[in-house]
Every structure is written in C-alpha cells, then in structure tokens.
Design a protein around this ligand. Structure first.
Ligand code: FRU
Length: 475
C-alpha cells in the first residue's frame, strides 16, 4: 500500500507532526524539533519530536526531546525556539500549555519554559516557567501567550512571543534577559488591532541582507481572491527592530506562500550565512488523508528554503543542496500549443525549471502527477496575471473544515510577467509540490495525494505563441 510519504521532505517516523520548533545550529548540525503526537496521527499530547541533519535533506531521527510531564506543561509542550547557549549546552525555549477544561479560556494558561541539553537529551529548567503572567504588559492574555523565538545578541537574550491583546487580536511581545532566567518585557513590535487577522502565532526574526526580517502566522484573516485563502496564513515584513524599545519599523507586509499548505515557519541562520526557512506543509481545519487511511503518520515539512529580500519582498528558493540529488538532466525547447509531454520527463520526484516566453494572450498550462483520472494543474494567464494551482483532480480529496475559509482546492496568486516572461521552479515529491515563480518572489505550496501510477507531466498553452525552455531532473 502506498504510504504517500515524500522521499526528501521531512516527516515523523510515526504519529502527528505540526510546526517546526527549535530550528537551530548546534555542534555542527542543524536541529529540527517539531510539534509531535507520538501516540496517534492526529493533534494531541504535544511533544517535541527531534531530528538532525548536516546536508539539510537527509535527517536522522532522535528520541522526542520534550514530553508534557510537568505541572506547568501538562497539556502540551507547545512551539518555541532554540539556540546554542554558548556554554556547551543547547537551550530550548517552549510554551508550557495548560488547558484543563478545553473551551474554558479562563482556565487556560501559557508560559515560556526552558530546557537544556547536549543535542540529544534535554532537562527542563528547575526555575520553569521563566516568563509568565507577571511579565506581561497590561491587557495581555495569559491564556494565549506562546511560541517564543529565542536568540542572543551582544550578550543579551531576546524572546519574541505571540500574545492576544485586550482587543482580542494578536500582538507580538519582546522580552530581554541577561541570563535566560530573569526576563523583562521590552515592548510590542507589532499588533493586529483587527487590521490583520485575529490571534497571531509563531513569530520569527532573522537578519537578511542587513534588515530584520519578521515572519509570523496570522489566524482568521478574511479570505479574498488570491490572498489569505486559508484559515491561517503566514506573513513577512523586512524592517528594523529597535532592540532597546521593541519598536519595529515595518516594511510592506506580504504573504509568504499562496498555496494551501504552509504554516508556522521558522528560520535558521546557517554557519555559512544563509538564512533558511522550514514550514509545516499542511493546514489546520482540513481533512487529513494519511490519518483517514490509517497510515500511522501525518504532516510534512516544506523543503528548507533560502531567503533573500528584494525591494521589501521576500524571495524563497529551494535549498541549494537539493541539486545534489538531481539525476540526469533532460532539456527541451518547445513551441507551446496543444498539450504535450516531453520524453524522459515524468515521475513523482522531479525538479523542473521552466522559462516560458512570449506570454502575450495565451495562458500557459502545466499538468503534473498526471494519470488516467488524475492531474494537478498549474496555469498562468498573462491577461489576468493569475497563477492558479488546481488540485481538484489531484487524487484523494482535500476539504476544508473551516466555514470561514471553505476553499481547499483552487488557489490563486498574482504574478507579474514583464516582457511576457515567466520563470518557474517546481519541486515534486510524491505527495507535494512547491512552486517558486519569478525567482521565488511568489510561492505556492500544496500537498496532493495521487495514485502511484499518476506520473505524467504535460505542457501546453491555450493558443499557439508561447515558448518553453525546460530543464528537468529526477530527484
Ligand atoms: C501553530 C500552533 C502554535 C502552538 C502549536 C500547538 O500551528 O497553534 O501556536 O504552539 O501549534 O501545537
């Protein structure tokens, strides 16, 4: 029976996976922790799963690093960050979640807690929690206060966490400490004020090209065509965070990914200077095929992506190590028109690079995971400037369980194609595709569940005119 697992996308050996946690470099390896239920392929009993890698593509699974076994985290070790403590230890900062009566928000408490370890086993700090209700500014919620990002700069530790403000909407709070133990509230770099969704989650801060890149997750922003199509979305803004006051001078805020399956990303600054991003490649409030089929696992991470910022906008490209997995290249040049395949270009694990030119009036179409009854369809219409990803015929059905955001199959993103040129990089890995358009300035990520036999790739345009230059590699 097919397992639908990706060959080079991270998934847990068994059980449920959601957010990446504690993405950090320690003792010569990248550490990825993740929200994990080891007991079942549904959310529950949040542990921190753990894996390490050197090449960013092949992972060694380690035992879970954290389990919910203390009075302050009994209902879950929620998301958070990690860093090299600088004294030989790896430090994790996570949210202790207490929710004894789900639904009764008055009894929910979230606090920030520490654990120290050697890269394999971790001990929770005796002084936990280190940040709790007493550290919060007036009006801040004690029940929605989670997902600390931890980093150190100039001898000072910083923690950036998500919180619910008195108006019921999300805000990000900055705390500082000299010793990881005694923390003080510094300021509120960003607040929704009802202008961008409700509660916020999973903030991340990195330095990219001399700017502070703030990335965070936004719940319940109303859907509109080509934007915020999921019940929860991810946005980014390159700007400047004033460390002393917590004031963030924001650049344009934009969505990071326009597809159905992308949430709660974290960044990692690689020792070679690259800033890499990994997100949970799934979405809340969705049907869950691998669980429904009893396959024993649920949830994957995106490929690690390299980030840069141009003109205030984040660019994402697959981590360059992926090129090391490529098999023999197939190249082709086509005058597009009627649908066609290219000999040697097929399969469920592919790296495709496409340069489409002369996009004037006719729309470009790419079908992948094509089988007798199945296809995943990507189109670009130069007149409307919509790139559309359509998984209505991709395989196992995916439905939204969120009435406010009913779409789960057809996704759009606005893409400019100046001079009639469109560049696409597309990575297929059995049950996912990641589409990077125009150098990664617009990205769409989707999971799909085609049959094993759905291996075809077809190229076309709605009328003659466009040309395609293609490079394809099996992965
Ligand atoms: C985001 C999130 C976090 C929380 C975690 C719980 O997907 O809701 O805010 O810490 O998942 O698993």
């Amino acid at each position: 029976m097919t397992t639908y697992r990706g060959a080079f996308h991270f998934s847990a050996p068994r059980g449920w996976l959601n957010d990446p946690n504690g993405l950090s470099w320690f003792n010569g390896r990248a550490h990825l922790f993740y929200q994990h239920n080891p007991h079942d392929s549904v959310w529950g009993s949040m542990h921190w799963g753990h894996a390490v890698t050197q090449d960013l593509l092949t992972w060694t699974h380690l035992p879970p690093a954290l389990a919910p076994d203390q009075t302050y985290d009994a209902d879950g070790c929620f998301s958070g960050g990690a860093a090299d403590a600088g004294d030989g230890r790896h430090v994790l900062m996570y949210t202790g979640h207490l929710d004894p009566e789900p639904g009764n928000e008055a009894r929910r408490f979230e606090t920030q807690c520490l654990a120290f370890g050697d890269g394999r086993t971790y001990q929770k700090a005796a002084g936990n929690p280190v940040i709790d209700g007493r550290h919060l500014p007036p009006g801040a919620s004690r029940g929605d206060f989670r997902d600390p990002k931890l980093w150190r700069e100039g001898g000072v530790w910083y923690c950036l966490a998500a919180n619910r403000a008195a108006d019921g909407n999300g805000q990000l709070l900055l705390f500082a400490s000299e010793d990881l133990t005694a923390w003080r509230y510094v300021g509120t770099p960003m607040a929704s004020g009802g202008r961008l969704g409700g509660m916020w989650e999973c903030p991340d801060l990195s330095r990219v090209g001399g700017q502070d890149l703030l990335i965070w997750s936004v719940m319940d922003e109303p859907a509109r065509e080509g934007a915020y199509q999921n019940v929860a979305s991810v946005v980014a803004s390159a700007g400047r965070l004033e460390r002393a006051t917590g004031v963030f001078t924001a650049g344009p805020v934009h969505e990071l990914d326009y597809g159905p399956d992308f949430y709660a990303p974290q960044t990692l600054t690689h020792p070679d200077g690259r800033v890499l991003l990994i997100a949970w490649m799934q979405m809340w409030k969705r049907s869950n095929p691998t669980h429904a089929l009893g396959l024993g696992w649920s949830g994957q991470m995106t490929l690690p992506r390299e980030l840069s910022v141009r003109g205030g906008r984040v660019l994402q490209t697959p981590v360059r190590e992926l090129a090391g997995r490529r098999g023999a290249e197939v190249r082709a040049r086509l005058n597009l028109g009627a649908e066609t395949s290219v000999p040697g270009v097929e399969g469920q694990h592919l790296d495709l690079e496409l340069a489409v030119t002369r996009l004037d009036r006719a729309a470009f179409t790419l079908r992948c995971f094509v089988g007798p009854q199945q296809e995943t369809l990507l189109t670009y219409d130069p007149v409307s400037r919509w790139m559309t990803l359509d998984r209505r015929r991709s395989g196992l059905p995916l439905v939204s369980l969120a009435p406010s955001h009913p779409e789960a199959e057809v996704y759009r993103a606005r893409v400019e194609a100046p001079g009639g040129r469109l560049h696409l990089r597309i990575v297929l890995d059995r049950s996912s595709l990641e589409v990077f358009a125009q150098g990664g300035s617009t990205v769409m990520t989707a999971t799909v569940y085609p049959d094993d036999a759905s291996r075809g790739v077809r190229f076309g345009s709605t009328a003659p005119g466009p040309r395609l230059q293609l490079s394809a590699w099996p992965l």
